[in-house]
Design a protein around this ligand. Structure first.
Ligand SMILES: [Zn+2]
Length: 135
């Protein structure tokens, strides 16, 4: 006689509604975020579940276009060098992002702003006008 043992294996719950991080908002193209209506946590991406409290009352929002460069590195490929780093957006969201150095040299702690061209997006050193907006 044999006994069949079935074990319930927990399955991961998909909390991201889509992989696309760029969205159109009244203020222009921005990274898409989700605000939890229950615990006020802000997350990157369009989520159906709060990563913090698992609540499902969430709202799609535009993330700020400015932040601070936390850290960066350069990926050396066969034909190119690609700066990549963590940006701390002004609403406490940290995201891994492509970086460009055409607006100024990269250093941890500098103010950076989002740039969008088609479906491409990256962060570069913030311009004077953006810095004055935040003042
Ligand atoms: Zn929450």
């Amino acid at each position: 006689m044999s006994t069949v043992v079935t074990t319930a294996v927990p399955q991961p719950i998909a909390d991201l509604e889509s992989d696309g991080l760029l969205g159109e908002f009244p203020e222009g193209p921005r990274l898409v975020g989700t605000l939890c209506d229950a615990c006020a946590r802000t997350m990157i991406g369009t989520r159906t579940v709060c990563s913090s409290c698992m609540g499902t009352d969430v709202t799609r929002i535009a993330l700020p276009r400015t932040g601070e460069l936390y850290s960066f590195t350069r990926l050396h490929a066969r034909d190119s060098v690609r700066p990549l780093g963590y940006v701390d957006l002004d609403d406490d969201v940290r995201t891994l992002a492509d970086l460009r150095e055409d607006a100024g040299p990269l250093r941890p702690g500098i103010r950076v702003e989002l740039h969008v061209d088609g479906d491409q997006w990256w962060f570069a050193e913030a311009s004077e006008s953006v810095l004055e907006e935040g003042a």
